[in-house]
Design a protein around this ligand. Structure first.
Ligand code: TYM
Length: 330
């Protein structure tokens, strides 16, 4: 069975973008692949975090993974920081990464321009190397992610190939799996920018744990374009095209079917239907979440995940150390 590895960073609450771009696909793949899905808590530390809030978010993401449909009997779920080999391997990979290539990462460049004038942590710069470690530690075949992570997976491939060419074949070179549709859900107020949990305007994103009426209002209040025909055109009509993408991914109706259904009708009817569709997706997730978060299940699942993954990770990191001549020969 081929192996898939992916994770989500607990820097904020999960959005509809995380669901459509990542979690929904994890669920679709869980019967076909061996899946290791984690909570990337170390990655959250690139910016200062409130420790209690961080801890709550780690639990929330675990509960949401399951509430969204990940089956813990099929998928191994764990917390990144509970497996020390992630940070150990990240260091070994830093010794195989170049400042030039890290400085070219778009997410890094975006972040430093947003944080202009503030101190930038070294970990923000080495962030993608830790990500590479997360993936190749497990010799993943595939990495299901949204579009914004594509460049990081390309870097991961380069680092793995460089390591292999210096030290002999050792890491599997992974491939990204990016959904054809929904790989970049845009902000509802600013459809030229990605929907993000760290955005300032809360009207721009939908959280999986948002109040259902609020979700409806956010969709109805989403920025759309002049010319009120429901037609997909990313360049001229980015607002409505984004909403149509959400509609299509949640209903499995094609864009063409959606255009036909709303021909001659205005944005109002379309948005109102979309609001119902999004609520119908999120309501059962919230119900399951509310049950799971109160139970002891989360800790049990995370314990099982940690114990299974620890063994795999320990073996690989020891072999990597050995390969590089660290420590004593075993
Ligand atoms: P993060 O936490 O920002 O996002 C988690 C996943 O959600 C996807 N995503 C989106 N997809 C579509 N539309 C959006 N608006 C949207 N926003 C987010 C992301 O592409 C991602 O798949 N660095 C990673 C976490 C990570 C990781 C890894 C992922 C750490 N190590 C190893 C894969 C493999 C991150 O910050 O994702």
């Amino acid at each position: 069975m081929k192996r898939m590895v992916s994770g989500i960073k607990p820097t904020g609450e999960l959005t509809l973008g995380n669901y459509i771009g990542a979690i929904k696909n994890f669920i679709e793949f869980q019967n076909e692949y061996e899946m290791f899905i984690f909570i990337a808590d170390l990655h959250a530390l690139t910016k200062p975090q409130d420790r209690l809030k961080l801890r709550k978010r780690i639990k929330d993401i675990t509960a949401l993974y399951i509430a969204c449909g990940l089956d813990p009997d099929k998928v191994t779920i764990f917390i990144q920081s509970e497996i020390p080999a992630h940070s150990q391997l990240a260091y070994l990979l830093e010794c195989h990464s170049y400042i030039g290539e890290l400085g070219r990462m778009t997410q890094y460049k975006d972040q430093i321009s947003k944080q202009a004038g503030e101190s930038i942590t070294a970990s923000l710069f080495t962030y993608p190397v830790l990500m590479a470690a997360d993936i190749i530690l497990y010799d993943a075949d595939f990495v299901p992610v949204g579009d914004d992570q594509k460049q990081h997976i390309e870097l991961t491939r380069n680092i793995a190939q460089r390591f292999n060419s210096r030290h002999g074949d050792f890491f599997k070179v992974p491939e990204p799996v990016i959904p054809k549709q929904g790989a970049r859900i845009m902000d509802l107020q600013d459809p030229l920018n990605k929907m993000s949990k760290s955005d300032d305007s809360d009207k721009g994103y939908i959280l999986l744990l948002d109040d259902l009426n609020r979700i409806k209002n956010k969709i109805k209040g989403a920025v759309t374009d002049s010319f009120s025909d429901v037609r997909f055109d990313l360049e001229k009509k980015p607002g409505i095209s984004n909403l149509m993408t959400i509609y299509s991914t949640l209903t499995k109706k094609s864009i063409k079917e959606i255009e036909d259904k709303y021909r001659g009708k205005g944005y109002g009817e379309f948005k109102s239907d979309l609001a119902d569709i999004v609520v119908a997706t999120i309501k059962p997730i919230q119900e399951k979440y509310n049950n799971i978060i109160k139970s002891t299940k989360i800790d049990e699942i995370l314990d099982v995940g940690r114990d299974k993954i620890s063994k795999i990770a320990y073996k690989k990191i020891m072999k990597a150390n050995n390969k590089l001549g660290l420590g004593r020969k075993r």
